[in-house]
Design a protein around this ligand. Structure first.
Ligand SMILES: [Zn+2]
Length: 213
């Protein structure tokens, strides 16, 4: 389980597009001082945690480390734990599997930053031309309408592509290169996020009641 998620949690280079890439987690309150999460094995600290709004609506997926920080700050509480404990200097804390924010947070419709990581997430690490699922390191971003011909760096014009398809396409449109897009690229919406939360959480029984309704 930890292995399955580790590749998605490493920091990745992002596109220099002006928009700051954010992780899949709620924004920190700027006035709050930083809180140290307890020490534990890195794999435990990187396991995915489902984040619910105060209304129990699933809004995000974050890592255990970040979830513990939100709990220690009093911003969130654990709704489900996974029977593992981590120890800080003074106390043991159950590792959360699902947390809930204590005050309601408005989630804007378009809350995802345009970044390499988020585009690969949207496209499920799958080349949008040949359909092969690959590790992130073997995928690049392709401008559907090439930059040299005015194509923009946008959700609608960037797709995950393997290097082979990307080379084959070159400075051409998919039609000109004899390639076909699997799906029309769309912005990352809450709907997309929820699909991904289900994908990430389909093996975690404790996520089910919050995600499959
Ligand atoms: Zn390909």
């Amino acid at each position: 389980m930890e292995k399955r998620h580790s590749s998605g949690l490493r920091p990745r280079p992002t596109l220099g597009l002006g928009g700051v890439a954010r992780d899949a987690e709620p924004a920190q309150h700027p006035a709050l001082p930083p809180v140290q999460a307890p020490a534990a094995r890195p794999s435990v600290m990187q396991a995915p945690v489902l984040v619910l709004n105060a209304t129990f609506e699933p809004i995000n997926v974050t890592a255990v480390r970040r979830a513990l920080v939100l709990m220690l700050k009093g911003v969130a509480q654990a709704e489900e734990t996974n029977h593992t404990e981590v120890h800080s200097t003074s106390k043991a804390v159950q590792v959360p599997s699902v947390i809930r924010l204590l005050s309601y947070r408005h989630i804007p419709q378009q809350s995802r930053a345009l970044s390499r990581k988020n585009i690969l997430l949207r496209d499920r690490n799958t080349c949008q031309f040949c359909g092969e699922a690959l590790p992130a390191s073997e995928l690049t971003l392709d401008h559907v309408m090439p930059r040299s011909r005015g194509g923009r760096s946008s959700w609608e014009n960037l797709v995950a592509s393997c290097y082979s398809c990307n080379n084959r396409k070159g400075d051409r449109t998919p039609e000109e290169a004899g390639l076909k897009l699997r799906r029309r690229p769309r912005p990352f919406t809450l709907h997309t996020s929820r699909q991904l939360m289900r994908l990430i959480g389909h093996r975690d029984e404790k996520w089910r009641k919050y995600l499959f309704y």
